[in-house]
Design a protein around this ligand. Sequence first.
Ligand SMILES: [Fe+2]
Length: 393
Amino acid sequence: MVQSCPDASPMKWHQAHTTWFFETFVLRPFLPDYKPFREEFRWLFNSYYNSLGEGPPEKHLRASFSRPSLDEIVGFRGHVDEAMGRLFVCGTNEEAARRITLGLNHEQQHQELMLTDIKHALFSNPLRPAYDATPLERARDASRSELMWHRFDDGVTEIGYPIDPANCLDFCFDNETPRHKVYLESFAIANRGITCREYLEFISDNAYARPQVWLSEGWEAVRKQEWQAPLYWERDATDSTGWRIFTLRGWHPLSVLLDTPVCHVSFFEADAFARWRGCRLPNEAEWEIAANGRPIHGNLLDTGRLHPAMARGSGLDQFFGDCWVWTGSPYTGYPGYKPLPGALGEYNGKFMSSQMILRGGSCVTPASHLRATYRNFFQPATRWQFTGIRLAA
Ligand SMILES: [Fe+2]
């Protein structure tokens, strides 16, 4: 039932809501004679789909759902799983197939949210328990990768997912379409993400106290939220760096993780860091051009590490996994963008204001969930996701 910050949801709610998605968008419309598990759940476990009727309960109330019990939620899941099995036996039409694929991708998004929410919940617990007590290994300084630049020429190129409308099993989110032309000036992108060691220099240079390096809204967030370091960093006089970091594998002295990518920074911190270094954040087209054609391979959920890992070598690395990187691009629709028809049109399109694009996935993103064209988005002060920095120039 724990909901330790307004962004997070209780685990029980995640299980009920991902189940609700299949009941609402697949079973009710497509399985003849389907009997809903409990009629109130249509409203209770709706997240934000206003066109389904009565508005869902406010998000901050999710921690108050002591009833239905966990047993009843597990029963709901079993009921829906059994009905999905019957639907597969009856056969589905193309629209049902598209929605099932969307439901599976939705569930993968919640798998990631569950780990980020658990991390925040355990950090908020005074005992600060570890999710997995096996410690992370020390990142070895000798093999650390120096920051290098990779240059790309100017020109007209294309970004976005080339969806095949005739193939109901071809999947991307609606916000990745349509594929379209963009013009890019020549640019350079860093070979890897910014490390804790590099971010510590920014902190040591007193950057959190210097308004000159911050956007106006960012400076306001620094002052109001009293930011002095990324989320999950805490002062620790016993470590040579003066800091320790809370991870899903418990506390670690920062000295052990110095060469791993910095994560849990807001867009404002990423932007300020880039400005302080005399660089900038990549825009999303630059990131996509640099990432395009690379295998979806890296420190993703499937490695089980649950924390960003050190880059190796000087080649372009760390496009997928470790931490999502903030881009300088606001979240808007691509030219000609059309949301899905009906209530599912509320999935992505209605959030296209006041949020920034992130790319590449994190150490808690399932590998089969990602694409080079994948667009994640959060409000610029958000820090509870695994969010980091890659520089461009
Ligand atoms: Fe959801």
